[in-house]
Design a protein around this ligand. Structure first.
Ligand code: SF4
Ligand code: SF4
Length: 701
């Protein structure tokens, strides 16, 4: 068996690397149809996969925006593991002109909820802007609202993970284009940026500002500058540095004056008002107060432009700073005579006051005249706003961690349920000691699995997660998309651990909502005396192979993403029965209901013979470490009690447990512990109760 599994694994691996990769699908003609006159579509950009859109304005042809496919810029795998492809168009100010679905494989929208809710969802972006922090409201319907800085759009019930992934794809792709093409120096999600506390002001002197870290100081002498060029072609080129080594090359004070305590203490009240008058909501300003032989402005600097002698980065990405061309006066007389430069960072650039700002001041020395060699050395300064002067990001992350945050109570409840199950299964002796109590516990747990894990938390694991992961890996994408469904992610972790300990039974016997539903139907059927059909041993064993065949077909089809896989995945009734509460077109409802009905006659029919996920877990269960089902010598030889009582026919005539088919229902464990059910124990008890006949001579007969 192990060699067979290894061979299958090798074949799968080989096929993985042979499978085709993904790319955008639209061409210029398609775009021209979507953006007809007066819009004009330019040639596709060679650097970035975008099409410029132009508009004729009188005799002037002006840039109207850009159109692009999310697949090319932010191929975030959808819930099916295959990225959705969305056409996105933004105008030159970052406003959304258009968002449309080009392709998707989202199970919930494929004959689930249907495509209309998906199309309605993406239509909401039109008219919104990247300047707003766009959030999804999964609560009340029609909760849409917006103001200058914020926008809330309606989510889609039962499709939380998918719409979050769509939102992230749209924003990530658009922010990338905005950053590269529209001067949005850095495409950061506005929702994830801390906000400076405008109301907080503490009177401070320059020394106190330095102590607090609101002002950073950098003082460099000529000697230190010369040392910086040591060993380079620039060494010794600056005669002034050599002749007056102790002279101050640069004496610099830097402050983020959009923080009121820094701005209002450094600048005169008039200076502060002048600066505030030039700032838009969310903008930041850095104040560079400098003196020394080296000027930050430089001889070619044009006021109001982007300085080339002062650069800013955050998280390794450049943030554009533009000179505000302001004459600002300082409060502190000690800084009289210093040059003061205020540089603005626009809100779209996404400067996060909670993060470290990396400033660098490139000093250039030229060697030679005709074709001078430029040798550059950077002076570096790091700046971080103390925590009490800003409010950490409030909004939910557009990424997966926002979903975990939002669903934390469900996750806590799930952790409790999993801990309860883990403890119960570990203490199986105590759990099964009293058959009646165990029965109640199991029934209660199955109801919890259907009610909470299934319908409330939507934690129905599915083969879709396997095919999704496979397709993401084949296309070289991360598996982070699985984290958009935290309940399933947590369940998978628990299931993988339980597979190593106990095998497939923990999930299939206790945690699968559809499995539990079948079991409850089976139990109800027995109560109602519905005739039960138990296949013969050989027929049962043969039919059980079917699920492995179905698994293989689905996995192989997934190597070539396309509609075949979507169709094959419908073999699983989970989407109909659990995700969509049977609210779906009749063929799917009939199929799912038919399987439940079948389990009224053949115990857990779908689980034992058809379920590809069950087959996968059975295969993974081969890694199981514990033979946790207690046996005794008589099991199978000759006692057949458990074998006959095992509803899953997971015990061989010889007494051996077929763990791949065991659902950890514990029935045989209860029997094993019961001296009223376990034949050898019954015999032992009978023998123990037998009063030996003692002859007159005292010997027993
Ligand atoms: S076999 Fe399939 S349906 Fe049954 S419990 Fe396991 S995963 Fe669920
Ligand atoms: S009766 Fe025993 S062998 Fe059969 S499924 Fe239950 S725990 Fe497994």
């Amino acid at each position: 068996m192990l060699t067979l599994m290894r061979t299958i694994a090798c074949i799968l691996l080989a096929l993985v690397f042979m499978a085709p990769a993904h790319a955008g699908v639209l061409n210029k003609q398609d775009l021209m149809r979507r953006f007809p006159a007066p819009m004009m579509v330019g040639e596709r950009d060679s650097g970035l996969p975008v099409w410029p859109l132009f508009r004729q304005n009188g005799t002037v042809t002006e840039l109207a925006g850009y159109a692009f496919e999310s697949l090319d810029l932010a191929p975030v795998p959808g819930f099916s593991g295959v990225p959705l492809n969305l056409l996105v168009a933004i105008d030159a100010q970052g406003g959304f002109l258009e968002v449309a679905v080009l392709s998707h494989h989202e199970p919930v929208f494929l004959d689930g909820l249907g495509e209309e809710p998906l199309l309605q969802f993406v239509r909401q972006y039109k008219g919104l802007s990247l300047k707003q922090n766009i959030g999804i409201d999964n609560g009340a319907a029609h909760a849409r609202w917006q103001d200058e800085a914020h926008a809330r759009i309606d989510g889609v019930a039962k499709a939380t993970a998918s719409v979050r992934i769509i939102n992230q794809s749209v924003l990530a792709a658009a922010l990338q284009v905005a950053r590269t093409k529209l001067g949005f120096a850095q495409g950061r999600d506005p929702d994830m940026i801390a906000r400076v506390r405008p109301e907080l002001f503490e009177a401070m002197t320059l020394a106190q500002l330095l102590d607090a870290g609101l002002v950073r100081h950098l003082r460099v002498t000529q000697r230190e500058m010369e040392r910086l060029f040591k060993g380079s072609a620039g060494a010794g080129l600056d005669a002034q540095a050599l002749s007056r080594p102790d002279e101050v090359f640069l004496d610099l004070y830097v402050a983020l004056v959009s923080v009121p305590t820094a701005g209002r203490n450094l600048l005169t009240p008039r200076g502060w008002r002048t600066l505030a008058g030039r700032m838009n909501p969310g903008d930041h300003a850095l104040l560079l107060i400098s003196s020394g032989t080296w000027s930050l402005s430089g001889e070619n600097f044009v006021r109001g432009s982007v300085p080339d002698r002062a650069l800013l980065k955050q998280d390794g990405l450049p943030l554009e700073m533009r000179d505000l061309d302001l004459e600002l006066a300082l409060n502190d007389t000690a800084l009289q005579g210093y040059s003061v430069q205020a540089l603005r960072v626009i809100s779209q650039a996404g400067l996060d006051p909670a993060g470290a700002l990396e400033l660098s001041f490139p000093v250039t020395r030229n060697k030679g005249v005709i074709y001078p060699e430029r040798i550059v050395r950077d002076l570096q300064l790091s700046y971080r706003v103390p925590a009490r002067f800003y409010v950490a990001a409030q909004g939910g992350s557009k990424s997966w961690d926002g979903v975990w945050q939002e669903r934390r109570y469900e996750l806590l409840a799930l952790v409790f349920i999993l801990a309860l199950l883990g403890a119960a299964l570990t203490l199986q002796r105590r759990l099964t000691a009293r058959a009646g109590r165990f029965k109640m516990f199991r029934l209660g747990f199955l109801l919890l699995t259907v009610g909470f894990v299934g319908y409330a938390a939507q934690g129905q694991l599915s083969i879709v997660q396997l095919t999704g992961a496979l397709q993401a890996l084949m296309a070289g994408r991360s598996l982070a998309f699985l984290l958009f469904d935290p309940v399933s992610a947590l369940l998978w972790v628990f299931v993988l651990v339980s597979l190593l300990l106990w095998g497939r039974g923990t999930f299939c016997g206790w945690l699968c909502p559809f499995g539990a539903l079948q079991e409850l139907v089976g139990k109800a059927a027995r109560l109602l005396r519905v005739p039960q059909w138990r296949l013969g041993r050989i027929a049962d064993a043969r039919l059980k192979w079917l699920k492995y065949v179905l698994l293989a077909v689905i996995v192989i089809s997934a190597l070539w993403p396309g509609s075949v896989t979507d169709l094959l995945l419908e073999l699983e009734p989970f989407k109909t029965a659990i995700t969509l509460n049977f609210v779906r077109s009749w063929p799917f409802v009939a199929y799912a209901a038919g399987l439940l009905l079948a389990s009224a006659f053949v115990y857990k029919f779908y689980c034992r013979y058809l379920c590809p996920l069950g087959a996968l877990l059975a295969l993974m269960g081969k890694l199981r470490m514990l033979n946790w089902i207690p046996r005794r010598a008589e099991c199978g030889t000759p006692c057949q009690t458990c074998r006959h009582r095992c509803d899953y026919q997971a015990i061989k005539p010889g007494g051996e447990i077929v763990y791949a088919e065991c659902f950890q229902c514990m029935d045989c464990v209860v029997i094993h512990a019961s001296d009223t059910q376990c034949a050898p124990l019954i015999m032992e008890r009978k023998l123990a109760r037998t009063i030996p006949i003692v002859s007159a001579s005292g010997s027993r007969r």
